[in-house]
Design a protein around this ligand. Structure first.
Ligand code: PHE
Length: 335
């Protein structure tokens, strides 16, 4: 019997296998239900005790031989020749890796610039009550200033709305912390506006707040100039135009000088060379009082900018809607 097994081993070793089909044939012949190996295993019972050990070893050797011959050829299933097996010099399959969304990277860059001069980052809820989004910011009830920001109301009485700006977060900071306060609040905001290339009902802001003793308009101007030069380049120039916000007095709109060299510059700056980047102003004493901060002792400034606006200018993106469509062809350009 053992002699018989040894012959099988030799045969299997010599068997020429060049296709998956050959391998399958060999497998069926030896390992199939009615194959040679199951038959041999059956006869194991009748082998004399003193031969059982060497018989068993020989059987296992045969089994492994068949397995290694056939398994090796599984890898070439579907191909026809042994030469086509594995080409180890082929480049591997690479993993697809994602990239950071342009809005996130612009946000991070702005946050970084303010962190370097001691601003902390604060966040708050997107669903806000009337107090934090409006009343505490000196928007009197029924005052037309509320129409400046078309609001998505979620519930009336008590009033819940999607925040229209992240100034609401700053109210929360003023309520919970004592001056000096130096914080920026990045976040998503919502306004009930028709969607177009230049406006969306969802966008992102970064608002800043600085409150301490003796904070002046000059401090604000210098802080914004520092930001503009860090973000737009060392030679950036800014100008302030008078404006109105209920929560700041005086208020201003900040423009950065963009230049007027080509057609794109004309379009982006509407022919003026200046690009509007944010609103700002000295925090209205009424707002400080609402949050129990003594306006006789403290003063402060606030500013707020839209991240989409700034990202559009930086990357020359003509349509704001691209940011929200998650079209991979658009996003890949920022890898
Ligand atoms: N909260 C204002 C807006 O969303 C921006 C702003 C912030 C203006 C702070 C002045 C001061 O339009």
């Amino acid at each position: 019997m053992i002699q018989e097994i040894k012959e099988h081993i030799l045969n299997v070793e010599k068997a020429a296998i060049s296709t998956a089909e050959d391998a399958e044939q060999l497998r069926i012949k030896y390992l199939g239900k009615k194959g040679i190996l199951p038959q041999l295993f059956k006869s194991f019972k009748s082998v004399p005790v003193e031969e059982k050990k060497s018989f068993g070893q020989a059987l296992n050797e045969l089994k492994q031989m068949v397995e290694s011959k056939t398994i090796k050829n599984k890898a070439v299933k579907g191909t026809n020749s042994a030469q086509e097996q594995l080409d180890l010099t082929r480049p591997g399959v690479t993993n697809n890796s994602g990239n950071i969304h342009p809005l996130s990277s612009v946000k991070e860059e702005i946050v970084d610039i303010f962190k370097r001069i001691g601003f902390s980052v604060s966040e708050g809820p997107e669903l806000e009550d009337d107090w934090h989004n409006f009343s505490a910011l000196n928007f009197p009830e029924e005052h037309p200033a509320r129409d400046m920001q078309d609001t998505f109301f979620v519930e009336k009485d008590p009033d819940w709305a999607l925040r229209t700006h992240t100034s609401s977060v700053q109210v929360r900071v003023m309520e919970n912390e004592k001056p000096p306060i130096r914080t920026i609040s990045p976040g998503r905001v919502f306004r009930n506006e028709a969607i177009s290339a230049r406006a969306h009902c969802i966008f992102h802001q970064i608002e800043g707040l600085y409150i301490d003793e003796g904070v002046s308009f000059a401090d604000m101007k210098q802080t914004i100039l520092y930001f503009a030069q860090e973000f737009f380049g060392k030679d950036a120039k800014i100008r302030l135009r008078p404006s109105y916000f209920p929560f700041t007095e005086p208020s201003a709109e900040v423009d950065v000088y963009w230049g007027l060299e080509n057609e794109v510059d004309y379009r982006i700056t509407k022919g003026t060379g200046w690009l509007e980047i944010m609103g700002c102003g000295m925090v209205d004493p009424e707002v400080l009082r609402s949050s129990n901060i003594d306006p006789e002792k403290y003063s402060g400034f606030a500013f707020g900018m839209g991240i989409e606006r700034i990202a559009m200018n930086r990357y020359q993106i003509p349509d704001l809607r691209y940011f929200f469509e998650n079209d991979i062809r658009f996003l890949r350009q920022f890898a």
